[in-house]
Ligand binder design. Structure first.
Ligand code: NAP
Length: 165
């Protein structure tokens, strides 16, 4: 099983503000849905709330320390390890960790692949993506998109792959 992150991040590493995305970038939102469609996604409880429920057409695993948070549209686990083991039990080819900041930070060392969209702006926020060690990953692909009527910022889709030493 390949464990992946998928994230959109500003140039100053912001991913969220007030439990929302700090931008409207419909093209990146479509990319996210296309890449993760039909797969298993693992998310923190706050990201689940930000999404207003489970992501459609995906098996959703939500991580929480709460004993009472038990939505009926998602599998709930009480640790990240348990979430990954649960995902693995379905024998998937790839599992996507979809944030937010707390979950990305605790799993960066575990992922083999990172789908990262750099939104070419700096914004204020309260949720961040952790610093990636450039010696651990290499760029597998890179696609640049200019801002347009619908998408206010230039942005670049990278896929990073972990080096195996
Ligand atoms: N730009 C992007 O690509 C992107 C992607 C995803 C999310 N976001 C943004 O990120 C923000 C949310 O991120 P966040 O860091 O505030 O929250 P988060 O990572 O989504 O969720 C944090 C919650 O997850 C649970 N949790 C965390 N670590 C755990 C552990 N080790 N064991 C068990 N439960 C654990 C806790 O839930 P309980 O409090 O219930 O115990 C914690 O409060 C939002 O603004 C969202 O829009 C952005």
């Amino acid at each position: 099983m390949v464990l992946s992150h998928i994230v959109a991040v500003s140039e100053n590493f912001v991913i969220g503000k007030n439990n929302r995305l700090p931008w409207k970038m419909p093209e990146d939102a479509r990319y996210f849905h296309k890449v993760t469609d039909g797969h298993i996604v693992i998310m923190g409880r706050k990201n689940y709330e930000a999404n207003k429920g489970a992501l459609k057409n995906r098996t959703n695993i939500v991580v929480t320390r709460s004993q009472t948070f038990r939505p009926d549209d998602a599998i709930v686990t009480s640790s990240i390890k348990e979430a990954i083991e649960k995902a693995d039990s379905f024998l998937p080819e790839e599992v996507f960790i979809v944030g937010g900041g707390e979950i990305y930070r605790q799993t960066l060392d575990m992922v083999q692949r990172i789908y990262i969209t750099i939104i070419q702006t700096t914004v204020e926020g309260d949720a961040f993506y952790p610093r990636i060690d450039p010696t651990s990953f290499h760029i597998h692909s890179k696609i640049f998109k200019k801002a347009d009527n619908e998408n206010p910022f230039d942005h670049t889709y990278y896929i990073l792959e972990k080096h195996f030493h």
